[in-house]
Ligand binder design. Structure first.
Ligand code: NAD
Length: 480
């Protein structure tokens, strides 16, 4: 716990700037950034107001006139130079990410690695001109051109990865960007801005930290052509409504309530570790974490005890401690929300198998908590908990499990766990989600589209499907 006290008594860091039109500048406001492992303010970040937003949008519009004329290969080269710089500064960025977000240092390192690798991957994707008709009378082509200025708004759970996906998609397809991180985790993203400044022409990338109101202004701004938003369903609906005013294009990557269906033929001990970490990684603060476990009655008791063993062995603590596997909740609001869900779950008479007690002391720590004998209509089963508490629900008939898994307005992802891959695939195909996995959960790639069905989102990120969301299709039809 020595590190827990590390930020206490030291002056907050202030070496952060907004990036507007190629210049590093201060803001008209200030954000106090809290280390969730200590509960203390450890940094101050500049916050942008309307005037800075107008300047950033003007800079992005101006830069667009020449950036759109560059080739895919020129843009790919700059993206690769950018991701190389991320790798060179990985340890510094990872430590900052752990301090502001809370996740274990090894996972911050992995987040930067993955972001850099996915960036490099995305810029290898070709977006060809498609010839639709070529006959004696006509030659008709479908081409894709950039939209203009993309406003990117990100949440606090994986700020680097969730910024890099949309950022690189927008840049590679010829757009310029105004990027806004969550007010809870602005710091690493502001550092990404500093690195982008060394690589891209002035105005191509602009980074503005700020509160929720800055997000709202971005979605309404007439100089912005598209919004790429990652966050909650409730805010996503506000974004869609605000974007309607100027008919901005939107990609919405929203919340999930992912089911995992565990069939009767698995050995619970063999899958417990994977299922546990797919549920509790980043202390459950992952859009595509397993949030409901449906277990067949035959393996139910075995699975419960194997998962409890994993939970008891998982090391919860400050992310800077090398042994830590699960860090704190990222902010007080989320910590209070999860504590409330735990209290409500206890009051409902459901059985807490492990965890459920909040430790004394600084920081927003909650141990991994597993719950059984819980009503399907309870808040924990129905809502996105986004924290380290997961219900294990019993089924005897797989049809019933599929129905219950789909009985939600969410549709981000889901998984089926079985030794019979054909059967697993057939069940996966019936999940109403953007991604259905068999014997894994939480695997993404630059070459595979990711996004939500139902209220979990609109559009996709990554792959050619995602990239086309940053472009306008244009038909060129020539009469011969
Ligand atoms: P949030 O919706 O509260 O905030 C996300 C961002 O939106 C922040 O930058 C915030 O400042 C901004 N914002 C707030 N109000 C706004 C408004 N009216 N207009 C525009 N922007 C506004 O979400 P959060 O609590 O930061 O993140 C957690 C949520 O994000 C969870 O629901 C999680 O599942 C979801 N998420 C989804 C994905 C995905 O890829 N589908 C990935 C990560 C997180």
């Amino acid at each position: 716990m020595a590190e827990r006290a590390q930020d206490v008594g030291t002056e907050p860091r202030t070496d952060f700037s907004l990036l507007i039109g190629g210049k590093l500048v201060g803001g008209s406001g200030r954000l106090d950034v809290i280390n969730p492992a200590t509960g203390t303010v450890f940094a101050h970040a500049p916050a942008a107001g309307r005037a800075e937003l107008d300047e950033a949008v003007a800079a992005a519009r101006e830069a667009f006139t020449s950036w759109r004329g560059t080739s895919y290969s020129q843009r790919a080269e700059l993206v690769r130079a950018f991701s190389q710089k991320l790798r060179e500064r990985q340890s510094e960025l990872a430590e900052l990410l752990t301090r502001e977000q809370g996740k274990p240092l090894s996972q911050s390192v992995a987040e930067i690695d993955r972001g850099a690798a996915q960036s490099d991957g995305m810029v290898t994707i070709e977006i060809p001109v498609e010839v639709l008709i070529d006959d004696a009378e006509r030659h008709i082509e479908l081409k894709y051109r950039p939209l203009g200025v993309v406003g990117i708004i990100t949440p606090w759970n994986a700020p680097v990865n969730l910024a890099l996906g949309p950022l690189v998609s927008a840049l590679y397809t010829g757009n310029t960007v105004v990027l806004k991180p969550s007010p809870y985790t602005p710091l690493t993203t502001l550092k990404l801005g500093e690195i982008a400044r060394e690589v891209f022409p002035a105005g191509v990338v602009n980074v503005l930290a700020g509160g929720d109101e800055l997000g709202a202004w971005i979605t309404e701004h007439p100089g912005i052509d598209k919004i790429s938003f990652t966050g909650s369903v409730a805010t996503g609906k506000k974004v869609a409504a605000a974007a309607a005013g100027t008919l901005k294009r939107v990609t919405l990557e929203l919340g999930g309530n992912d089911p995992a269906i565990i069939l009767d033929d698995v050995d619970p001990k063999a899958i417990a570790k994977k299922v546990f970490f797919a549920s509790f990684v980043n202390s459950g603060q992952v859009c595509m974490a397993i949030k409901r476990i449906y277990a067949h009655e035959k393996i139910y008791d075995g699975l419960c005890s194997a998962l409890v063993d994993e939970a008891r062995n998982a090391k919860v603590g400050n992310g800077l401690d090398p042994d830590t596997q699960l860090g704190p909740l990222q902010n007080k609001m989320q910590y209070d929300k999860v504590r409330e869900i735990i209290e409500e779950t206890k009051r409902s008479g459901a059985r807490i198998l492990c965890g459920g007690e909040i430790p004394e002391g600084p920081g927003y720590f909650i141990p991994p908590t597993l719950v059984t004998d819980i009503d399907e209509q309870s808040r924990l089963v129905q809502e996105e908990q986004f924290g380290p508490i997961v219900p294990i629900l019993k089924f005897s008939d797989v049809e019933d499990a599929i129905r219950r898994a789909n009985d939600t307005r969410y549709g981000l992802s889901g998984s089926v766990w079985t030794n019979d891959l054909e059967r697993g695939k057939a069940i996966a195909e019936r999940l109403e989600v953007g991604t259905a996995w068999v014997n894994q959960h939480r695997a993404t790639s630059a070459f595979v589209p990711f996004g939500g069905a139902k209220e979990s989102g609109l559009g996709r990120q990554y792959s050619i499907v995602g990239l086309k969301g940053y472009m306008e299709p244009e038909v060129i039809s020539v009469a011969k």
